[in-house]
Ligand binder design. Structure first.
Ligand code: ADP
Length: 162
């Protein structure tokens, strides 16, 4: 198994400190983390794939060992094409479990050579999700504790456009 890097896929709409905490902790176990920005057909995205990529790229500048990529399609196709073998996902509440369990088994079924590693949320961020950030921001709340400055700028731009 190639464990030189771990792939962290997600919709990151937008990236939050919850995601970033997971990346920083994964970097203590794996020398490199490949963040892969994807669309989740279950969710309606506020940001485009390019915007999400740019926000992550700007937010993670200076964090050594991290690369960011965009991918349209199935995660298993990305894994096969790049030869990657290990996937990182996060678990917050019980509510994550069903979905993560289903996706992990489906991905493992389609691509048996991959392994999916789960890291438990940091207690500081256990309630934090991209949706919560968008909802609170849209209602005029301060979300600067939960997202890095580049994301704040993109949220302001997006909201001003509406
Ligand atoms: P997706 O649409 O693929 O679920 P998300 O960006 O919502 O993409 O989440 C990507 C991964 O990050 C998921 O495994 C999710 O459980 C995890 N995650 C999101 N927010 C947090 C958080 N606050 N703490 C820990 N894990 C998180």
């Amino acid at each position: 198994m190639n464990s030189g890097f771990i792939v962290y896929p997600g919709s990151f709409d937008p990236i939050t400190y919850g995601h970033i905490d997971l990346i920083e902790r994964a970097l203590r176990i794996f020398p490199r983390v490949h963040v892969v920005v994807m669309e989740n057909p279950r969710k309606t995205s506020l940001f485009t794939l390019d915007e999400k990529y740019e926000m992550i790229d700007e937010s993670l500048k200076g964090l050594e060992g991290v690369t960011v990529e965009k991918w349209e399609g199935l995660l298993v196709d990305y894994m096969r094409q790049t030869g990657a073998r290990v996937v990182l996902r996060g678990l917050r509440a019980f509510s994550d479990f069903d979905y993560e369990f289903q996706m992990a088994l489906a991905n493992k079924y389609m691509c048996p050579e991959i392994e999916i590693v789960f890291l438990m949320t940091n207690v500081k961020y256990h309630f934090l999700s991209s949706s919560l950030v968008k909802e609170i921001f849209q209602m005029g709340g301060d979300v600067s504790r939960w997202v890095p400055p580049p994301v704040l700028r993109y949220l302001e731009k997006k909201l001003a456009k509406k």
